[in-house]
Design a protein. Sequence first.
Length: 645
Amino acid sequence: MGLTIAEKIIKAHLVEGDLTRGGDIALRIDQTLTQDATGTMAYLELESMGIDRVRTERSVAYIAHNTLQSGFENADDHRYIQSVAEKYGIYFSRPGNGICHQVHLERFGVPGKTLIGSDSHTPTGGGIGMLAFGAGGMDVAVAMGGGAYHITMPKMTKINLHGKLRDFVTAKDVSLEALRILSVKGGVGSIVEWGGEGVACLSVPERATITNMGAELGATTSIFPSDEVTRAFLAAEGREEAYTPLASDPDAVYDRVIDIDLSTLEPLIACPHMPDNVVPVSSLKGTKVDQVCIGSCTNSSLFDMLKVAALLRGKTISPRVSLSISPGSKQVLAMLSECGALTDMLAAGARVLECACGPCIGMGFSPNSGGVSLRTFNRNFEGRSGTKDAKVYLVSPECAVAAALTGEITDPRLLGDMPKVTMPEKFRIDDRAILPPAPAEKADEVEVLRGPNIKKFPDARPQQDSLSAELVLKVGDNITTDHIMPAGAKILPYRSNIPYLSKFCFAVCDETFAERARAAGEGIIVGGGNYGQGSSREHAALVPLYLGIRAVVAKSFSRIHAANLINAGIMPLTFANAEDYEKLSQGDKLRIDGVHAGLSSGEMTLFDETSGARIPLSCSFTERQADILKYGGLLAYTKACPDRA
Ligand code: MIC
Ligand code: SF4
């Protein structure tokens, strides 16, 4: 039987298990990346694992999420990460050098290698043929220490692209079309391989836009073949030696095959508040727009920025619109500056922001109250922009420019002819903002610099055999980690301060949650389908742990969040019958007996002492996961059984 691209890479990296879909596998990890908002925790975890030097081929620490340094907290975190990186053998990408995924693609991505990153958009690397996974910080810390990455062998989905994109229809529209077809749950448990003759017309950054937004499908990861387009990109980055061709076998077997005809696609837009709420742009024609933001790891490549500049050239944005542009990396910004494109953007009225995540994670540029914001980003979850009642839409860069110029949602095809954008054969290479680590023999001399904002890690709470807890919160479907642990300018500086963060836990849904959970002592959360979708932030597990949450019972979970819950020692349990969700009410007193046997057998019964209902739960934990839960989390488990980590 032939193999898919992902299966070939998995086969070459298997440490445990085999290619049977649905089985448990462990993979050797070649590269890791962290970003600042998840990095402080990941490095605290690495330090506490007692490892003295990373054992990967390449590990990189990026600062891209919070670069404001609006107080000492954030600046201290940056200094901490820089010093840990220097000591432990990790490359350090300085603030301002760019968004982790964009820079990693440019400078470090290698086809055929495995990468895990403490950020859910790490699959961006699939655009260059890497098998790249988003993971919680603890899994990344284990991989840095040479440990394997444990996942369920995913199913394989193939999306075949046919034909060619028309002017003003872009890779972003391909992502939105996939979301329209599959929804934010449609990729769960699968790797999406993009193929068909249409891929040859897509550049690496366009492919990366598509693999980036595979995270919004809930996919384990997404990947493109590595071909002549990949070679040309690597050559332009001065790294042609990193090229290897990669393709699936003609008789590879897929669980699902979808066909998309690029030549019939039209400009699409995702409406508030979910990335799969997709309609044609033309159907919203005339909707007034207050703000437009261009950038993020989805759409900040040189190609995207040159198109934006060309469309803005000689024009002025609407007086009612505020326009921000954040280029994805210093490389992109420097090249925009050299060719004059930056001047075109500024002259048209754009505010050019630092090469960082910026408004995407709510770091400034929050919309006005009730405002309409069109963004080239990947997520439009409620409140994520920093303005709770804002209406955030996701669009392509072309559509963003059309709205900035007209002040309303406008089909970009009405802008006239698409200006021709030519990409340079060589990118401008300057790695001075990437600091190499100290050589191993000098590592002892490097002092790790800590500030007062770095607080103790929450204590491990081993799972006892009997759990009695209050149902402290009942929520619906598609709860994101932005609901559980919001980000944004006010909170992000406290990512290494779990006690402080806990005040904001679930505040978007229920401002009384943190207080009630703390008062309950031990708590259970009940959720609907796809609980914990979105980001990889392990804070969405560590903060509930701190507040006494012992289990989350839901209809289904997102992959990364379920892994983070287990790593934190919280049980992700699913209803054996989804309709039992209705039988539970907030405030009920719940009990689960025989937890230890249940962790191994996969079956438990939830007894609702308030209503008398007995609800069967299912939980298919591996032996390792059951042990992690019994020890009270991955850190405690790794310390107790270092050889099994
Ligand atoms: C996001 O896009 O939600 C983030 C911010 O990049 C997160 C990571 C984080 O919360 O720090 C992600 O995608 O994993
Ligand atoms: Fe940064 Fe936004 Fe990308 Fe997350 S999705 S890495 S916040 S740019």
